[in-house]
Design a protein around this ligand. Structure first.
Ligand SMILES: NC(=O)c1ccc[n+]([C@@H]2O[C@H](COP(=O)([O-])OP(=O)(O)OC[C@H]3O[C@@H](n4cnc5c(N)ncnc54)[C@H](OP(=O)(O)O)[C@@H]3O)[C@@H](O)[C@H]2O)c1
Length: 332
């Protein structure tokens, strides 16, 4: 077992070129942790927001190893861990915010933040899932529920969270309307199960509410944009309906919630890792998601694969918004 490994770290905030390759100590797992030999990670907006210095409360200690998503093979198990053994193929969300992440040869984290990887997809592809699938799952199965035949509007339907949201809402039996700014993005949403698509850049809210719900409003609006965009979501939802979102760190007028007796659900998926509490929830949900993948309900769409050494290019592409699904980072 080597005592040192390669890690891609940020020592200061800045543009994507602040990533540097470093030799660092291989971490040992604590009694409640596992160590994973990393096969892959993926890019999430939280990674580039941390790198930019936009969310300092989420930054791991500098020099920071980013990367919240991980898939790999368990290579050491803490004394108190019973769920995993060496050689298990796992995926998880053990760090990358608040504590060191996965852009390294090995990552350690609380055993509760891992689950056995899906059997039906390559191990490295499983690294595209944890953050976005946990988020979409918590939005649709925890913060609200979706019944068969309900009208669900998915904004950002070709993005990381949205492309899983479309598939989950479809699996739950909803009538899914999905938004996208380009034909390619809308086509992907349709392939993933959306019954209808909307170019929100050229169509008013009132028009797509009229076209897809006969003017009644959507039962559930899935909004991985949030903040000011919540006002648009409030226009699209029906009275007594639900809006679920990932972003509410802004001052918003909640009058529409009162006027229409709405429910608002907000997810912060990484909170168990930041607090070091309820981390078993992550692994339990990832086990459910692995079963959904193996049942054919959910698949990750990977637009491009980058080597860890090219993480700066991956961040540039992620920040451009010119991609669909996920950008994978492979530990070559
Ligand atoms: N709170 C949490 O736990 C949590 C977890 C995961 C992600 N997030 C946050 O959720 C957001 C989405 O994450 P992601 O991984 O899905 O990002 P992503 O892969 O970059 O996708 C973002 C999507 O938003 C769409 N979009 C942007 N502006 C829009 C607008 N005004 N109206 C409709 N669609 C719009 C984009 O597609 P178009 O080209 O179609 O606009 C794109 O598909 C990020 O801010 C991320 O930080 C939060």
């Amino acid at each position: 077992m080597p005592s040192e490994m390669t890690a891609y770290v940020v020592e200061e905030y800045g543009d994507p070129d602040v990533f540097t390759e470093r030799r660092v100590d291989v971490p040992d797992p604590a009694p409640d942790e596992v160590r994973v030999e990393v096969a892959a990670s993926s890019v999430n907006p939280v990674d580039y927001k941390i790198r930019q210095g936009a969310i300092p409360d989420f930054t791991p200690p500098l020099p920071a190893t980013l990367g919240c998503d991980v898939a790999g093979v368990v290579d050491a198990v803490g004394d108190d861990v019973e769920r995993f053994e060496e050689g298990d193929e796992v995926y998880g969300m053990p760090g990358g915010a608040g504590r060191q992440g996965a852009l390294a040869d090995y990552a350690v984290g609380h055993a509760g933040t891992f689950a056995h990887a899906p059997d039906s997809i390559p191990l490295e592809d499983a690294a595209a899932l944890p953050v976005v699938a946990l988020t979409a799952y918590e939005m649709l199965a925890d913060k609200t529920t979706v019944d068969i035949g309900e009208d669900v509007l998915v904004y950002g339907a070709s993005g990381g969270v949205g492309h899983i949201g479309v598939q989950l809402a479809d699996w739950f039996g909803a009538d899914v309307t999905a938004t996208g700014s380009t034909e390619a993005k809308r086509d992907l949403a349709a392939e993933l199960g959306a019954d209808a698509t909307v170019d929100y850049t050229t169509t008013d809210v009132a028009d797509y509410v009229a076209d897809h719900t006969d003017g009644a409003g959507f039962d559930t609006v899935f909004d991985p944009i949030g903040d000011d965009h919540l006002q648009t979501a409030f226009e699209a939802v029906r009275p007594f309906g639900s809006v679920v979102t990932t972003e509410s760190s802004s001052t918003q007028d909640l009058a529409a919630m009162h006027a229409n007796s709405l429910e608002l659900g907000v997810v912060l998926v990484i909170l168990p890792v930041l607090l070091g509490e309820r981390q078993e929830r992550i692994g339990a949900e990832l086990a459910d998601i692995a079963a959904l993948v193996d049942d054919g309900a959910v698949e990750p769409v990977i637009d491009e694969r980058f080597a860890f050494a090219d993480v700066a290019d991956a961040h540039r592409r992620a920040e451009s918004g010119d991609f669909v699904g996920k950008l994978l980072l492979v530990n070559e």
